[in-house]
Design a protein around this ligand. Structure first.
Ligand SMILES: [Zn+2]
Ligand SMILES: [Zn+2]
Length: 418
């Protein structure tokens, strides 16, 4: 137990760290280009925030949250997703009184869900996300979708399919839900247990059920029952996506399942090796959420993108970025005086942006060369007693196995030039 991470958690090991850093870099750069600013919110929030902000009827809130009482008897929950915390911060810091829209992003935000271990999902996972507040035009829906596509492409994740849908607004959804329930009711006994429970509290989720969806292909679609405002919004979205050259398919089965989603919902999908599909990004508009959580009525929209899933798709495709080059130079020394000079030289090299190190394990010279080979270092600088006296160092090219004497005062400049 002591040396085993808890079920559903994973270490990010040094061998993978550069991939996480690369995902963070592409996220940061793409967001900066589009005028998004970073936000970081706490890992835990008051439980009520998620009950209200994710929705009491959702599986996440009902079954999957890490909720506990702290020493002050407050009910605390580790965040199961990124949006609710961002909305809470938006309201609490009065961002709604600033120039709108407010465009935010977060990078590798840790999220926690008590998922069944056999589903292969992690209990601590990490999400990139964007949230935009105060923009009601569908141009922003199109913008965040393009942003997600750009970030995925920048990480070697191609062959993506964009599926969009509209789930309407409170004005048109109530009438639609009546229609849907009338359609579903006679079929209830044939549906799975979960869906039977969903019938009252969240009937749209039934259309999303892997098991039952194939039996329900003739169900009434929200898309055919939109009010004028929602239908107009969806038409505009399609126009903007077309203008940016983004292909899309309309998928009336996307419902996203959260209570406060309105109008646009979308998923970005890629093929899995087993013939199935993997969702790498999902999001939607939540025009009712800021008000629901106690702020002034403010439209909102966002998406989440799972980092572990991005890494998994990179592995599937063999499109992981190349590992960065190891050290540029290892300084090999013999004797205490030479070692002193080595310490000095390494710090000079680093100050000039050259990745340099020496053998801190104080090994023999032969072992230091072995170490250089293991690290894959292309250049080694040798300082021994003789060199020290003559005011020179030896520069060894490990690939060519050639060696040259260089004046101590010249070595840093020489390496900068090469
Ligand atoms: Zn509507
Ligand atoms: Zn079902």
């Amino acid at each position: 137990m002591l040396t085993q991470a808890p079920k559903g958690t994973q270490d990010m090991l040094p061998k993978d760290a550069y991939r996480w850093q690369e995902i963070a870099r592409t996220m940061r750069e793409a967001c900066a280009l589009a005028g998004y600013q970073e936000i970081r919110t706490p890992i835990f929030e008051h439980t009520e925030l998620f009950q209200r902000g994710v929705g009491d009827t959702t599986d996440v809130v009902q079954k999957e949250m890490y909720t506990f009482e702290d020493k002050g008897n407050r009910s605390i929950t580790l965040k199961p997703e990124g949006t609710a915390g961002a909305v809470r911060a938006f309201i609490e810091s009065h961002m709604y009184a600033e120039t709108l829209p407010v465009k935010l992003y977060y990078s590798a935000c840790p999220c926690f869900r008590y998922e069944k271990p056999q589903s292969g999902r992690l209990r601590q996972f990490h999400q990139n996300g964007v949230e935009v507040f105060g923009a009601k035009d569908a141009s922003v829906d199109a913008e965040i979708i393009k942003l997600a596509m750009d970030i995925l492409h920048a990480n070697g994740i191609d062959g993506l399919r964009l599926n969009i849908n509209s789930i309407g607004c409170p004005n048109c959804r109530a009438a639609y839900l009546e229609k849907l329930k009338a359609y579903l009711e006679p079929k209830l006994p044939t549906l799975c247990k979960t869906c039977q429970e969903r019938f009252e509290r969240n009937p749209m989720r039934i259309l999303d059920c892997k098991e039952d969806a194939p039996k329900l292909t003739d169900a009434p679609a929200m898309l055919d029952n939109l009010c004028e405002d929602c239908a107009g919004h969806f038409e505009k979205l399609k126009g903007y996506l077309g203008a940016m050259g983004l292909d899309y398919a309309i998928d009336p089965r996307i419902v996203r399942g959260l209570d406060y989603y309105t109008k646009t919902v979308f998923e970005i999908i890629t093929d899995a090796p087993d013939g199935g599909e993997l969702t790498v990004c999902g999001g939607g508009r939540y025009d009712g959420l800021v008000e629901e959580l106690g702020g002034p009525a403010t439209p909102g929209i966002g998406w989440g993108m799972g980092i572990e899933r991005m890494i998994m798709v990179q592995d599937m495709r063999g499109s992981a970025p190349a590992a960065p080059a190891p050290l540029d130079v290892l300084v090999v020394t013999l004797g205490d005086d030479a070692r002193m000079e080595g310490v000095k030289l390494v710090s000079e090299l680093r100050a000039k942006g050259i990745k340099a190190d020496l053998d801190h394990a104080a090994r023999s010279m032969k072992a230091q060369f072995k170490y250089a080979n293991k690290l894959g270092v292309k250049k080694v600088i040798v300082i021994a007693g003789d060199e020290l006296e003559k005011g020179v160092v030896k520069l060894r090219d490990m690939e060519a196995s050639s060696e040259a004497e260089v004046a101590r005062g010249e070595i840093v400049n020489l390496l900068i030039r090469n």
